[in-house]
Design a binder for this molecule. Structure first.
Ligand code: COS
Length: 382
């Protein structure tokens, strides 16, 4: 494994690290209260090019490697996770379908706007009766003239409140489902017949919202089919294969911040006459957080490098998502324990992380789905 980060990525890392410390940390508490990222901060994220990190330069993005994306997301996750979430769909599930399977015209229409952050993209797969079992979707798309009429409901769609374009998976052949019966569509927000609900109330991720999409005879032109009719399940799975990897970076960054906060608190907090950092019980928790971060960063960077070299890695990406999301859950639990009563207080960042990271074991595929994917891949190859 090669843990050296190339110089140009190191420079990007330094820039984001400074931005996080100087610009994002000061507004974390305000966002927690208001449940909104201030518009001037979104503007700053735009100026840094963060909406278009993963989008190739020919479409207006920075087009950096996956390793560089992981390094940047690791840094961003050292501030409230809503910031990464705000730019995350444009770099991941909200744009990758277009990048992988879009026509040249679709790429030219959508990617530059997504890259600049003028538009936000979102990904609509989940439904009330289709979460882990993604092939069980019930939203239909019936051909009518040179359009498809969409009917159904998509649930808990990240960034739906601010998105201008959705990648929507719908049934075009009920019998075939995942094998030729699901189609991906690019659906603009202003499509007549599409209603976006108010954001759901959630446990965490204040400042980042999920809403439902309701389709009632929403006509989407044939030209907005993404990939081939019937290939939508594969479009979605390829997108998730990539999106899940950068989720590992979010976990590593969040765990690193939890470690930094815990180290500082343990050195500061005096009980029984000396800082709790001098107590072995606390030292062991710090050591465990740090060791697990080291292991996760290793697997994350190695997998990113391999994908950058052109390998298709479904199993390893699922391993990264599984292991990193479970790791950050343990890190948050230990960080709260080290902080004691303070860690339970709403104005303590570890309390926020404890709630926020719980989602990562669920979205973009639960831990159980990751295990299922890993086991299937293992059995396929044996
Ligand atoms: N890349 C490309 N194609 C894939 C794929 C992948 N990673 N995974 C599956 N496919 C293809 C399969 O090859 C199969 O097609 P063929 O028969 O032509 O080979 C088709 O898709 C159906 O695959 P499979 O039989 O594995 O489908 P299942 O219904 O068993 O479901 C899982 C597969 C569980 C992996 C899928 O439902 C899933 O990822 N669920 C979680 C969804 C999720 O993450 N939701 C989070 C919300 S979206 S942010």
């Amino acid at each position: 494994m090669d843990f050296e980060i190339p110089e140009e990525i190191r420079l990007l890392q330094d820039t984001i690290r400074r931005f996080v410390r100087e610009v994002l940390h000061p507004v974390e508490a305000e966002i927690e209260e208001a449940d909104q990222i201030p518009p001037h901060i979104v503007e700053e994220l735009r100026k840094l090019g963060l909406f278009g990190l993963a989008i190739p330069q020919e479409y207006g993005g920075l087009g950096v490697s996956l390793l560089a994306q992981c390094v940047v997301f690791e840094e961003l996750a050292k501030a409230s996770l809503c910031f990464r979430s705000r730019v995350g769909t444009n770099n991941g599930i909200g744009s990758l379908g277009i990048l992988f399977d879009g026509t040249e015209e679709q790429k030219r229409t959508y990617l530059p706007k997504l890259a600049s952050g003028e538009w936000t993209g979102a990904f609509a797969l989940t439904e009330p009766n289709a979460g882990s079992d993604a092939a069980a979707i019930e939203t239909t798309a019936m051909p009518q003239g040179d359009a498809f009429l969409l009917n159904g409901r998509k649930q808990w769609i990240t960034n739906a409140d601010v998105a201008q374009v959705f990648t929507v998976m719908a049934l075009t052949d009920r019998e075939k489902r995942a094998r030729g019966g699901i189609t991906a569509f690019l659906v603009p927000r202003d499509t007549p017949g599409l209603t976006i609900t108010k954001p759901h109330k959630t446990m965490g991720f204040r400042g980042s919202h999920v809403c439902d999409l309701i389709f009632e005879d929403a006509a989407v032109p044939v030209a907005n089919v993404l990939g081939k009719v019937g290939d939508g399940f594969k479009v979605a799975m390829k997108v998730l294969d990539r999106g899940r990897l950068t989720m590992g970076a979010v976990c590593v960054g969040a765990a690193q911040r939890l470690l930094e906060l815990s180290l500082a608190y343990a050195k500061r907090r005096v009980q029984f006459g000396k800082p709790i950092a001098e107590r072995q019980a606390v030292q062991f928790m710090l050591a465990d957080i740090a060791t697990e971060i080291y292991a996760c960063r290793g697997m994350l960077h190695e997998t990113a490098r391999r994908v950058d070299r052109g390998e298709r890695l479904t199993k390893e990406v699922a391993m990264v998502k599984l292991h990193c999301s479970e790791m950050v859950g343990r890190a948050a639990d230990r960080a709260v324990q080290i902080h004691g009563g303070m860690g339970y207080m709403r104005d303590c960042p570890v309390e926020r992380y404890y709630r926020d990271v719980r989602l990562i074991r669920i979205y973009e595929g639960t831990s159980e789905i990751q295990r299922l994917i890993i086991a299937r891949e293992l059995l396929k190859g044996s």
